[in-house]
Structure formats: structure tokens, C-alpha cells
Unconditional design. Sequence first.
Length: 84
Amino acid sequence: MPHMHDGQTGEFQPLPEGVMQVESGLEVSFQPMEEIARQTERFLPVGWLWRDGAATPVTACEMVSGDGPGDRGRYVKHKMPGAK
């Protein structure tokens, strides 16, 4: 369930419009939706909310395209489809 937490009470809060929950390297952050949506080769949508009569992606995971010397030290669980 895409959400944020209240800074004082810790209670669930819905994501504000225009904000996307992003998982990268087992850490969650909140990024501008427009910025993440433009990087389709890097981020995979994994959660949606129903807004204004349509499904809207609000959660994404960062992907890697492969394991190699350039990926050393970077742990990202999700991979591009077809990557080995």
C-alpha cells in the first residue's frame, strides 16, 4: 500500500498528489512523480492508486540492467525484464 508516515505520530498518510514512493537499494524515498515517470528505463512501476477515474502509478522500484563491474557495490533487487 503506497503511503507515507506522519512525522509526529507515525500514522499512515496517503501520498500527496504528484509524489511517488521509490524503492532503491532497499531504501524508500519520496520523489516528484514527473521526474520518476520520465526515467522508464531506470524505474519500474509496482504500485497504483485509483485517482480521478484512472489507475495512477505511485510506487516504483529502481532497476539495474545487469551485474557487472559497473554495478559493484550497488544492491538493487529488481532487474530489467530479460536481464540475466
